[in-house]
Design a protein around this ligand. Structure first.
Ligand code: F6P
Length: 351
């Protein structure tokens, strides 16, 4: 292969820049030229007024000084149209017109679906896992997860200080979509009293009881880490809660952390506040672990393409680099029940 393309797609993740840098420099070192597509699959569809807005020729200098930067220099987007075969075919035609023989697609689940489609249409494509959600079970970690985790941990440390001072319980909502890893690892690292995650059924009222027991046992503050996707594993229905707590006004189809805090406060009799960490978790300079993971997997993706291998997703298991069929990598769950149990044990609130 003499010429490849690279893009970042889906939600940005800290470390995407480090992955782009590794892809470009490994390719150049192996005698390949590289095209960088902008705004994920949108760039491949080339619908901007100027091609400079869709793609750029990458060189060693275009990736200088970016390894430590959050976001992605190629920009990113979610491109729902790319689920449709006619758009996928157009992208392959456009890539061929630029003499591109292979692609590296950096992102999460949605990105990998697009990558699988490009590959099945005859354009060898490798997926590099980058999402703060860590929701790809084939790899131990995805690029960006470690940074988001450290950001969340730092935020919870601060919330713990003020909670301790005011003797409050705190509900802290973290991202993760349908995956509880970010909440679970944050809870473990912060010594939280509970992780409320989509993978495990939970009850708001039991949470309130737990906070009450914590206060009785002498805890000054408590941290309950709430995964944004955990509403779906709540035992009580929203209608039930609205009937039982008339002051509560639930709109939409999920419980929000403020509403959760209201119920926990009412059941426990203990002041409870909510904080949503939101996009603070997506930004920021990547940790050393994320930079190294991005550099290793980005370089490995190019190594596979240089051997004319496509249709794989790269990742890590233990300290080893791995690659698996890209169609398989969206299966399975990353949930680790031992880690979940450990939050309960070390949070230590006796039944
Ligand atoms: O996939 C990363 C992520 O940050 C999820 O944790 C979150 O649910 C989602 O993206 C938010 O996406 P958007 O920024 O497009 O609203």
């Amino acid at each position: 292969m003499k010429r490849i393309g690279v893009l970042t797609s889906g939600g940005d993740a800290p470390g995407m820049n480090a992955a782009i840098r590794a892809v470009v420099r490994t390719a150049l070192m192996n005698g390949m030229s590289v095209v960088g597509f902008k705004r994920g699959y949108n760039g491949m569809l080339m619908r901007s007024l100027s091609t400079a807005d869709d793609y750029i020729e990458m060189n060693a200098r275009s990736v200088s000084g970016i390894i430590h930067k959050g976001g992605t220099g190629l920009m990113t987007a979610r491109c729902l149209e790319f689920l449709k075969p006619e758009f996928q075919k157009q992208a392959v035609r456009n890539a061929r017109a630029l003499d591109i023989e292979g692609m590296v697609c950096i992102g999460g689940n949605g990105t990998f679906k697009g990558a699988e489609a490009l590959n099945s249409l005859g354009l060898p494509t490798i997926g590099v896992p980058a999402t703060i959600d860590n929701d790809l079970a084939y790899t131990d970690f995805t690029i960006g997860f470690d940074t988001a985790l450290n950001t969340a941990v730092e935020a919870v440390n601060r919330i713990r200080d003020t909670g301790d001072a005011h003797e409050r319980a705190s509900i802290v909502t973290v991202m993760g979509r349908d995956c509880g890893d970010l909440a679970l690892y944050t809870a473990l690292a912060c010594g939280a009293e509970a992780a409320i995650i989509p993978e495990v059924k939970w009850s708001v009222e039991k949470l309130g009881d737990m906070v009450h027991r914590g206060v009785v046992s002498g805890k000054r503050s408590m941290i309950l880490v709430f995964a944004e996707g955990a509403s779906r594993s709540m035992i009580e229905s929203l209608d039930e809660l609205e009937a039982r707590y008339p002051k509560l006004h639930i709109f939409g189809d999920k419980i929000l952390s403020d509403q959760l805090a209201e119920i926990v406060e009412e059941v426990s009799g203990h002041e409870t506040r909510a904080t949503v960490l939101g996009y603070t978790q997506r930004g920021g300079s990547p940790t050393a672990n994320d930079r190294i993971l991005a550099t290793r997997t980005g370089a490995y993706a190019v190594k596979l393409l240089s051997q004319d291998i496509g249709g794989r997703a790269v990742g890590v298991k233990g300290s080893s680099l791995i690659d698996v069929p890209i169609g398989d990598c969206m299966k399975g769950s990353t949930f680790d029940s031992d880690l979940y149990e450990l939050v309960g044990v070390t949070g230590y609130i006796k039944k």
